[in-house]
Design a protein around this ligand. Structure first.
Ligand code: HEC
Ligand code: HEC
Ligand code: HEC
Length: 121
């Protein structure tokens, strides 16, 4: 290889490194600002159910499309699904139950785990 070819290859490699670095820093959901926490209140007789984007996205590395596109679990509008969200639906795998099924995350059916979502008043 002559000098020109070597410096061309060097430049190409530097470019690839920059592209990879940008990809890691900006393509990941954790870097996008996430909406503030809110709470589902239609939960009587149990306590309300807070939902945290920060926890799911930043700590548990769930991506926006995991909840907002592919099987379209949720609209990007807080409490939009609330009227349709009953434990029967969640237990069938809809809404939160798509992950909270005992496989990807703790299940909605276990009596010992109700209080992990339904916080005490
Ligand atoms: C673990 C599931 C999950 C993930 C991951 C997730 N969201 Fe959400 N998002 C929700 C739920 C649940 C709602 C409320 C929908 C409802 O109640 O019907 C919501 C609502 C929203 C809203 C409306 C908030 C408001 O105040 O009205 C926006 C905006 C949003 N999400 C953006 C994002 C973005 C951006 C990402 C990725 C960084 C993301 N979400 C990742 C579950 C998720
Ligand atoms: C993954 C979180 C989660 C777990 C675990 C969970 N729930 Fe819920 N629950 C919800 C959400 C979300 C709603 C809907 C609230 C709304 O629409 O405002 C709800 C609603 C309810 C409601 C009122 C609506 C209905 O279906 O009658 C009751 C009662 C309830 N849950 C009982 C329970 C019991 C009992 C357990 C444990 C066996 C449990 N929940 C476990 C998230 C959870
Ligand atoms: C895309 C998958 C996904 C969806 C949808 C989802 N979660 Fe989760 N959630 C997780 C994972 C993963 C964890 C962490 C694993 C575990 O604790 O079992 C978690 C943990 C939690 C925790 C435990 C927090 C703690 O401090 O231990 C709560 C509460 C919770 N989710 C509530 C909800 C509610 C309410 C909904 C629906 C509005 C929901 N999640 C929808 C994936 C999801």
């Amino acid at each position: 290889m002559n000098f020109k070819q070597v410096s061309f290859l060097g430049g190409l490699m530097a470019f690839a490194v920059i592209v990879l670095w940008l990809g890691q820093n900006f393509a990941v959901g954790a870097e996008i600002p996430v909406p503030p926490d809110f709470s589902y209140e239609d939960t009587k007789p149990l306590g309300p159910v807070p939902f945290s984007h920060k926890f799911h996205v930043t700590e548990k590395k769930q991506q926006c499309p995991d909840c907002h596109t592919k099987p379209k679990l949720f609209e990007m509008k807080k409490l939009a699904a609330s009227p349709k969200m009953k434990m029967a639906n969640l237990n069938e795998g809809q809404f939160c139950g798509n992950c909270h099924n005992g496989k990807k995350a703790f299940a909605t059916k276990e009596a010992k785990d109700c209080a992990r979502c339904h916080v005490k008043k």
